[in-house]
Design a protein. Structure first.
Lengths: 333, 744
């Protein structure tokens, strides 16, 4: 089971580093026409997707979470499906169902919307926990099992889920175990006045999303992912990432630190970030840049919750990163 | 010093660099050659050459065998120890080269002997086993130091300091002219070392260093017309005075000191105060008077001292108790009033010496800071007791009667001066009068200026013609003349009574009170102290002629002196005038301005040199660290170049967070750089990241980039910051501290 999740792209030809950078730049520019003034969030999102991670976008309604998810999906020219999570959504509405075919006298599997390269799960926290878990299990296993048959999901398979902060009405907060399956969480925040003004004018006539053409084929996407996988990580950098994660586990302000899965995903995200910056190897600054989005949503603060907790968790990650020494050689640790 | 292009290759293990090693050895031996005027013969030079060649050769061979540099130097050390042992062991070592416990004992004895020789002998010193051992070990240590500097520290240029130190040594020794041939050869050798070590023509800096070394050697030499006679015993004292084993050697110099130092203070029951004696000088067979050689006997403790020889039971004696507190005097002898009968308050290290019965000696120069009580019983014979003693012949005092080598002119003069004396005692008193009340003048400088400073027979002869000198000349002249008249004599070295504090019993003795006086032996009276030095001290009241020809002037002097203390202001008699001038005043007046500057110069120069060396130590450590770091081989080339740049930035006041990534650190450093520096920093950063995180070679070019960045950092800093960075490099003393508190 896990072998399929670990190597869906094994054997895929790699792409030259500068070509990866070139594609990434075009995607970022294109997406930026849809979401104004959020370059940081967009490049983090792209980084996570190229690292084969799933992305959680968490923010108040109306700031463009879904726009971002759709723009990214469209830019890749991959198969995209969108699931609007509602309280009455059933698991089979996501995974698909087996239907009896009278002509062949057999049960035939009708794939659900999860069978796509990029799945947008809108307002995932509005569905019941049972339905949520139907999606989230496929996140980890990259396959769907219905009536005893396993159906592999397409490669690549990337989920971009959006959710509203937990205070909003009619929401079921994602449990910790489920949150852990997302590689990173980002939030968009409100645009500044100028961006908002520009957005107003542009959307008078047509949604910019409609003008967005696919920029990268699925094959190219696979090759980009393969390149990201091949980025080199020195043992001192691995050690640095482990030091950061371990520091969150003993931090006095945290009830729960980051998991070993978090370390793994932090490293993968850092590799992707390095590749997007045109480097064949990861430097500690890559780890620093990704540790907030990758670790922030996994931490449970001691005695705090709610919207304020998001930024508090980011602050803690930042302080941990700043205090963790960067080893330059094995002995200096 | 020039930076090498590919230091990694040239200092790599396996590269013995024999030409450099050979040059270093040659240059060292040239420098050691400049010590030729100090020692007799040349065998010592060849011995030193062999051992230093062994040390450098062993280290070089170990490097050729790909041993790490430090280990190779250690090999040199071991071979040096074995080689030195072969020269000093004298059959106590295993197989002749492996030191045993016995060898260590022997080395201790030899060291002490060599020390005594250095302190008391005059150059050129005869090189015995002890001296040879010291020379060989010192030169071997020098060779090891040269090896460490040139190979481990990778600073061959700094070996110039070692050579310069060796070259300066002769200028600290009296009556030795440094030989310029050796100096020039050494400098040529050093320049050759620089050329060979850098592989190109020497930079201006290294030539300046070489020339500076020579100039410093020359300047130090010319600054020291009065040299330090005994560097070993004097270097450490700074302010106090130190007598060594033969105190007469330094006496003139100590008298000429610009400022007097408090040597000791005492309270005495004697109204005139006490002459305090350190040691007797018995033997003038050499070039100067020297103490009888003695061996300390463990049983000779000082609580009860033996009877002073030759004093008849019937002779009238006083009993004087004296409490002495020694201040700034380092001496192996205890200053005591004589003849002492008991001393309390000193430990068992102090023993009396059998030969004279009154000298108290320790094996160390441990007199500083002692407090002790002495009971002494000076004779005060009546005239009849003196007369009674005259017909008794002295016995067993041949050592004090030797007149070997005394020029006839002195004998003739002695006869002439004492022609009217009825007996030896009267002759002695007449001799004293001849010096004290005649044409003689007191001067501490004339003998130095006219080249007869000293106590040897030649000096005595010249002094008797010129009639100007200080206590050493008066005392040795009178002692020699007394011997020609058949009176046993010796010279006591010690202190005048000093200055009385008001009319109390408290006396203070300074370095200006250093003194020598003759003691003459009369059977029944024992050793009687005389005071021939004009204008100094007091004479005892019983020192009057017993015969019929007692002169009025003599008795007037005696009585005046007897009734006054050394510090008394009495001006009652004509002869008392010089006497009553306070000892301190007369000494410093005679010293004059030239004496002042000369006396302090050696200490000032040596002290300043040591201070400068100590102050430069952090700079040296930092520079050698930089050199080492910028000469690292792959795979750590960039790592060390990076660390060096970060440390230089810290030295120059950039506060660097050790937890920060190289990129973040570079952003901080970049603010201080000019454009070329900034682009060099970018290359260095990229190289560092490639090497540390990408497992790719950074290339030696990053070392040049690091140098560019360091130069740019320095140029951007103010002159004060640059000085602070050079002399007190932060990175050497303070670990970088994280700036973000964890868990904030």
């Amino acid at each position: 089971m896990t072998t399929t999740t670990d190597s869906p792209s094994t054997g895929t030809a790699k792409m030259e580093l500068d070509e990866v950078q070139h594609h990434a730049r075009r995607i970022l520019e294109a997406v930026a026409t849809v979401i104004d003034g959020k370059a940081g969030a967009i490049s983090t999102a792209l980084t996570v997707l190229l690292a084969e991670g799933h992305l959680l976008i968490e923010d108040v309604p109306g700031v463009g979470k879904t726009q971002l998810a759709r723009a990214l999906a469209k830019a890749f020219g991959a198969s995209v499906s969108r699931i609007q999570f509602t309280p009455d959504l059933l698991p089979s509405d996501i995974t698909g169902v087996s239907i009896f075919d009278r002509q062949s006298n057999e049960f035939e599997f009708k794939p659900g919307p999860v069978f796509a390269n990029i799945v947008i799960g809108d307002e995932i926290n509005r569905a019941s926990p049972k339905t949520q878990s139907a999606l989230l299990e496929s996140l980890e296993e990259r396959q769907v099992t219905v009536d005893g048959f396993s159906h592999p999901l397409p490669d690549p398979f990337l989920v971009v889920a959006t959710q509203n902060p937990v205070e909003m009405e009619g929401t079921y907060s994602l449990p910790e175990a489920q949150r852990d399956r997302f590689m990173a969480r980002i939030s968009l925040g409100y645009p500044d006045a100028e961006s908002e003004l520009r957005m107003l004018r542009q959307r008078e006539t047509q949604s910019p999303l409609d003008r967005l053409e696919p920029l990268v084929s699925v094959a190219d996407l696979r090759r980009m992912i393969a390149t990201v996988r091949s980025v080199y990580v020195a043992s001192v950098v691995e050690r640095y990432a482990v030091d950061i994660v371990q520091a969150t586990r003993v931090h006095p302000d945290l009830r729960l630190g980051a998991s070993p899965r978090a370390t793994l995903q932090l490293m993968r995200a850092a590799k992707s970030w390095a590749a997007l910056n045109g480097r064949r190897f990861v430097i500690p600054d890559d780890v620093d840049a990704l540790s907030g989005p990758v670790l922030g949503h996994r931490l449970i603060l001691a005695g705090r919750s709610g919207a304020g907790a998001v930024s508090a968790a980011y602050d803690i990650v930042e302080s941990v990163v700043a205090a963790t020494p960067v080893p330059l050689d094995e002995s200096s640790h | 010093m020039p930076l090498s292009r590919e230091p990694g290759d040239r200092f790599a293990p396996g590269n013995a660099r024999w030409p450099l090693t050979a040059l270093l050895w040659l240059t060292l031996m040239m420098a050691v050659g400049s010590l030729h005027p100090l020692f007799q013969g040349s065998g010592w030079w060849f011995a030193a050459a062999v051992v230093s060649a062994l040390v450098l050769g062993a280290a070089g061979a170990a490097r050729a065998a790909h041993w790490p540099s430090v280990v190779a130097s250690a090999a040199g050390l071991i071979v040096g120890v074995l080689g030195s042992t072969a020269f000093v062991s004298g059959g106590t070592a295993l197989l002749g080269i492996i030191p045993t416990a016995e060898t260590i004992d022997r080395i201790r004895v030899l060291t002490e002997q060599a020390r005594d020789a250095i302190v008391s002998d005059e150059a050129p010193i005869v090189v015995g086993d002890a001296m040879l051992g010291v020379i060989v070990v010192t030169v071997a240590a020098g060779a090891l130091l040269v090896d460490l500097l040139s190979r481990v520290s990778r600073m061959p240029g700094l070996t110039g300091v070692v050579f310069a130190i060796v070259l300066v040594v002769p200028s600290f020794i009296p009556d030795v002219d440094p030989s310029w041939v050796w100096v020039v050869l050494t400098v040529l050798g050093y320049v050759a070392v620089l050329v060979v070590s850098t592989g190109r023509r020497p930079s201006r800096t290294s030539i300046v260093t070489a020339v500076a070394a020579v100039v410093v050697a020359g300047v130090v030499t010319s600054l020291l017309p009065v040299s330090l006679a005994s560097p070993l015993s004097n270097l450490g004292t700074g302010t106090g005075i130190s007598t060594g084993v033969n105190p007469v050697i330094n006496l003139g110099k100590d008298l000429r000191r610009g400022t007097a130092v408090d040597v000791l203070s005492y309270t005495s029951s004697s109204a005139q105060g006490d002459y305090l004696k350190l040691v007797d000088l018995v033997d003038f067979s050499g070039t100067r008077w020297s103490p009888a050689s003695v061996r300390l006997d463990g049983k000779n403790t000082v609580e009860k001292l033996p009877q002073a020889p030759g004093i008849a039971k019937s002779t009238r004696r006083d009993t004087v108790t004296t409490d002495v507190s020694v201040n700034l005097l380092r001496s192996p002898y205890l200053p005591i009033p004589v003849p002492a009968t008991a001393i309390t308050g000193v430990d068992s290290k102090w023993k009396y010496v059998d030969a004279s019965g009154v000298t108290v000696r320790s094996t160390s120069e441990g007199s500083q800071g002692l407090d002790y009580k002495v009971t002494s019983r000076p004779v005060d014979p009546t005239r009849s007791q003196i007369v009674r003693s005259l017909d008794k012949a002295p016995a067993g005092l041949s050592a004090y009667e030797s007149v070997a080598g005394v020029p006839a002119s002195i004998t003739r003069l002695a006869k002439k001066v004492t022609s009217g004396a009825a007996n030896p005692f009267d002759a002695a008193v007449q001799l004293q009068d001849y010096f004290r009340n005649g044409e003689f003048t007191y001067s501490e400088d004339t003998p130095v200026r006219e080249g007869y400073d000293g106590s040897g027979l030649d000096m005595v002869e010249t002094f008797l013609k010129r009639k100007s000198g200080y206590c050493v000349h008066f005392a040795s002249a009178m002692a020699v003349m007394a011997r020609t008249l058949g009176i046993p004599s010796r010279i006591a070295v010690g202190f005048l009574p000093g200055t009385q504090e008001g009319s109390s019993e408290n006396w203070t003795v300074t370095s200006n009170d250093l003194h020598t006086w003759p003691e003459l032996y009369f059977q029944g009276l024992g050793w009687i102290p005389f005071e021939p030095t004009v204008g100094q001290g007091t004479t005892s009241s019983y020192l009057q002629q017993t015969g019929t020809e007692a002169t009025p002037s003599s008795s007037a002097t005696s009585s005046a002196s007897a009734s006054d203390s050394a510090t008394a202001q009495a001006t009652t008699s004509t002869t008392a005038a010089p006497t009553t001038a306070q000892v301190t005043t007369s000494a410093s007046a005679a010293t004059g301005t030239s004496g002042r500057s000369v006396g302090g110069a050696p200490f000032a120069v040596v002290g300043a040199a040591i201070l400068v060396l100590v102050a430069l130590l952090p700079w040296w450590l930092r520079t050698s660290r930089r050199r080492r770091r910028l000469g690292q081989d792959p795979p750590d080339t960039a790592l060390w170049a990076w660390r060096e740049v970060v440390d230089t930035a810290r030295d120059l006041g950039v506060s660097v967070d050790p937890a920060a990534t190289p990129q973040a650190t570079a952003a901080l450093v970049r603010e201080r750089l000019d454009a070329p520096g900034a682009s060099a920093l970018e290359r260095l950063l990229a190289g560092t990241q490639r090497e540390r995180f990408g497992d790719l070679p950074a290339g030696a070019i990053v070392q040049d980039d690091a140098r560019t960045v360091i130069r740019s950092l320095r140029q951007g800093a103010g002159p004060v910051a640059r000085c602070v960075a050079a002399l007190v490099p932060r990175s050497l003393f303070v670990e970088a501290r994280p700036q973000t508190a964890q868990g904030a």
